[in-house]
Design a binder for this molecule. Structure first.
Ligand code: G6P
Length: 371
């Protein structure tokens, strides 16, 4: 088994480092010359995409967070209504699904019981309703039962905490954005070219973010004794904050929760004092100034602050504020993919320092095949 881990101490760290390659593989043969290639989603996809009026994403766990990021993209960039829901809620609440809704089931394993139950329910209701699977397991039940399939090519993911599967899901959802945009005429050619060019740069930018690993380990030392942590983000960084909090709780057993930064005053601010570290992500975008005022509110109350920032964000370290510049000039699509990397590393290093079973956290399974 140690041979499979190569030079790495854990599968999780190996899989974190495999992300540049996994993303390059997921993009391979699907984009070229500034365009999404017509065959990327298989036969019949364009016809479905041309008439889609709504997207419903269904998933669990980390896959659900990837879906939440995509909702920001689909509505903002394509003006296409998009809903995202955890499968276990969706399939028990008798949901209303309007015609011309594309169902997107996101799953690393393709065997998650609730995700399968949700698509089976939808198919029973209307066998003609199209279901697209974005999945990492080619032989899985989800792939067999879906009309359209896009494989994430992350390769086998052994660590229970999902890392490379999540990143390749985000890239796959960006490909879906391009494919729907093109088939439905909702995306200008220049925008398509910009997004494709940005995606091509993602593997290299992840590599750069991975190079900050030692600095992230130093930050992890400041978190290891804490009992709680609050993650804050805005826009597409809100689901990334949720994913960062999930990773930390899954493998380090530190209680972590994520909040949209704009909700601070509606509750979590009451928890802030020197025992509550706050972790946030600060890309250079139109919400940066708002995030900065949220940051000022938590530091004024004594919280130790950890910020993963754009190099141009104009944020600097101080006594209890630790700013780690991660990247710069990343667009709306690349930013969540890249800013997630230091959060993965943070959770990993905290877990290693705590001495937990990183790849096999207590009580958790890689694939939840029974409810
Ligand atoms: C479990 C795993 C998570 C995963 C979730 C959904 O909770 O521990 O890593 O995100 O299931 O799994 P799926 O295979 O459907 O993506």
């Amino acid at each position: 088994e140690s041979a499979d881990r190569g030079q790495f101490r854990h599968f999780m760290l190996k899989e974190i480092h495999e992300q540049p390659q996994a993303i390059a593989d997921t993009l391979e043969g699907r984009i070229a010359h500034g365009h999404i290639l017509p065959a990327a989603f298989g036969v019949g996809a364009d016809e479905i995409f041309a008439s889609v009026e709504r997207v419903q994403i269904i998933a669990c766990g980390t896959s659900y967070h990837a879906g939440m990021v995509a909702r920001y993209w689909f509505e903002d960039i394509l003006r296409l209504p998009c809903a995202v829901e955890v499968a276990s809620e969706f399939h028990y609440r008798n949901p209303v699904v309007s015609p011309n809704t594309l169902i997107v089931a996101l799953s690393q394993s393709g065997e998650t019981a609730d995700t399968l139950a949700a698509i089976r329910m939808l198919k029973r209701e209307d066998p003609k309703r199209p279901v697209l699977a974005i999945c990492n397991a080619p032989e899985s039940s989800l792939v067999r039962e879906s009309d359209l399939v896009l494989m994430t090519r992350a390769g086998p993911e052994i660590s229970v905490a999902s890392t490379k599967a999540f990143s390749t899901q985000l890239v796959s959802l960006a490909l879906l954005l391009l494919a729907i945009g093109r088939a439905s005429g909702r995306m200008e050619e220049a925008e398509e070219q910009r997004i494709v060019a940005g995606l091509e740069k993602v593997p290299g930018r992840i590599q750069d973010a991975l190079d900050h690993g030692d600095r992230v380990r130093e930050l992890a030392e400041l978190l290891v004794e804490k009992e709680h942590a609050l993650f804050l983000g805005r826009g597409p960084m809100y689901p990334i904050a949720m994913e960062g909090a999930l990773k930390l709780k899954e493998i380090s057993y530190i209680h972590a929760e994520a909040y949209p930064a704009g909700e601070l005053k509606h509750g979590p601010l009451a928890l802030i004092d020197e025992t509550m570290p706050v972790i946030t992500i600060a890309p250079q975008n139109e919400l940066l100034d708002k995030l900065k005022s949220n940051i000022a509110e938590v530091t004024a109350r004594g919280a130790e602050l950890f910020v993963f920032a754009d190099e141009r964000a104009g944020l600097h370290s101080a006594d209890f504020t630790h700013v780690l510049p991660v990247t710069s000039h990343v667009g709306r699509i690349s930013a969540p993919i890249i800013f997630n990397i230091p959060l993965q590393l943070l959770a990993y290093h905290v877990a290693v320092l705590k001495g937990t079973d990183v790849d096999q956290p207590r009580n958790l399974a890689k694939s939840v095949t029974v409810e």
